[in-house]
Design a protein around this ligand. Structure first.
Ligand code: GLY
Ligand code: MN
Ligand code: MN
Length: 461
């Protein structure tokens, strides 16, 4: 536990609250799954970012002068026999570096006193069910005391604003964890690829869940706590369902498998997609589409460096994919025109309907504004060619060193009129995780190959 790291994050945040500001950050609740069984517990990302504390039933209160108070579960030997160790308020300041810790049952009694004479109360908006009314209750208690000379905060502000900006740029500790998460996930993908080819070679009935089991095994073997999101293991046409899960479908010789899976390590996500031939050998049409997606990803990677915009990798991807769709006959140039027309009219959309990137961090779709904060007032309007909607755009975010994003182009070809039959039901995505630096980006998920020949070689081994 690196208490200094969390203390320095709290100090940076406190400096943005204003001298009379105070912030309240609960961790996530435990969530019942059925009867008396809970879902596996996952702390709140904001709370953990500021405290390093993983227990449920805890709150952090941070005042603008930097003073921190932790509310946590009390020591309780009987409960600890059933549910496990609790740090408890006596040990918390020494371990976590908070100034003060008290038991969570004192929260409602103490909060009005902490809010008294403050001007602004900050908390994460629209994040925790019931938090607004809890704050309202505390403020009512403060108001009841104003006739004795207390001041009640007049302003409520969204803590997500400053916290999202902090979390958007990953520090060395975070980058190191994300590299390690990427390495574990890469090994998991390799393991799944190898099992697919080996089982088919042995004539076995391979199912999507067999490959999912390999992912989980490698995640845990590497020390990851759990998958960062529900793994997608999609055989054949299932790959064209963007939010497919690992299910029971057979993994057939001759089809592709799309796996989108990444582990979470100590609160940080990885997010990798690979698409590979189930038997280890691409067919001609599969390889043609695969190489197109890979070329589009290479173009996106080349557009990812400090000073570029968040949208630049996406635009680079779309350009390569659109040209490829014309070249391969997925789009008919006589109908849709030139590559510029394809882009302008978004004619590529039936085959590429998602964005190329998202921020990655504690959450797989991590926080952080996609708009450049220094250009908020520069609004442009355009008419979307597909929906005819008027879309208001602000300039997209300028990339800075330490930002982490995915680069994940794909192509999804459902059977349809005018679509060349050899490409029917092929879905391909290639996704890597990139840390932005001054000269380019570091791909932290390339422990598993992307090159078609390299994938075939790996699966032969
Ligand atoms: N696995 C979620 C995503 O790629 O965005
Ligand atoms: Mn992703
Ligand atoms: Mn993904």
């Amino acid at each position: 536990m690196n208490a200094n790291l969390y203390a320095s994050r709290r100090a940076r945040l406190a400096a943005q609250l204003g001298a009379d500001g105070i912030a309240v950050i609960p961790t996530a609740p435990e969530r019942p799954r059925n009867r008396d069984s809970d879902f596996l517990y996952r702390f709140d990302s904001y709370f953990h970012y500021l405290s390093g504390f993983t227990e449920p039933n805890a709150w952090l209160v941070l005042a603008g002068d930097g003073r921190s108070t932790l509310f946590c579960a009390p020591k309780d030997l009987e409960r600890e026999i059933w549910d496990g160790y609790r740090l408890g308020p006596d040990a918390a300041p020494g371990v976590l570096g908070v100034d003060e810790a008290v038991t969570v049952d004192q929260l409602d009694a103490r909060m009005p006193r902490l809010l008294e004479n403050k001007s602004t109360v900050w908390y994460p908006f629209a994040t925790h069910k019931g938090l607004e009314s809890r704050v309202d209750g505390w403020l009512s208690s403060v108001r009841a005391r104003v006739r004795f000379g207390a001041l009640c905060p007049e302003e409520q502000r969204d803590l997500c604003g400053p916290l999202d900006e902090m979390r958007l740029v990953k520090d060395d500790h975070e980058q190191d964890l994300m590299r390690r998460a990427g390495q574990i996930s890469a090994r998991a993908h390799i393991r799944a690829m190898k099992l697919s080819a080996a089982m088919l070679r042995d004539g076995k009935d391979v199912r999507e869940y067999h490959l999912d089991a390999e992912l989980l095994h490698e995640f845990r073997l590497g020390g990851s706590q759990y998958p960062a999101y529900s793994s997608i293991v999609a055989a054949g046409a299932n790959a064209c369902v963007l939010h497919y899960r690992a299910d029971t479908a057979p993994v057939r010789d001759g089809e592709l498998v799309l796996i989108d899976a990444g582990c979470e390590l100590d609160g940080y996500a990885s997010d990798i997609t690979r698409t590979f031939p189930a038997n280890g050998r691409f067919s001609g049409p599969q390889r043609a589409l695969y190489d197109l997606v890979l070329a589009s990803q290479q173009a996106a990677v080349a557009a990812t460096r400090a000073g570029q915009r968040f949208n630049d990798p996406h635009d680079a991807t779309v350009k390569v994919l659109s040209q490829g769709m014309l070249d391969l006959g997925l789009l008919d140039g006589n109908k849709v025109g030139s590559v510029d027309d394809v882009i302008e009219q978004r004619a590529y959309f039936p085959f590429y309907m998602h964005r190329t990137s998202h921020w990655l961090g504690m959450d797989v779709h991590d926080c952080g504004s996609y708009v450049e904060p220094t250009q908020l007032g520069e609004i442009s309007e355009r008419k979307d060619p597909l929906s005819n909607e008027i879309i208001k755009n602000r300039p997209s975010r300028i990339l800075r060193p330490g930002m982490v994003l995915t680069i994940e182009p794909g192509i999804y070809v459902r059977a349809g009129e005018g679509v060349p039959e050899p490409f029917h039901n092929i879905g391909i995505r290639i996704e890597d995780d990139a840390i932005v630096n001054e000269t380019g980006c570091e791909l932290i998920s390339r422990g598993v190959p992307v090159d078609g020949d390299e994938i075939e070689a790996l699966m032969r081994a």
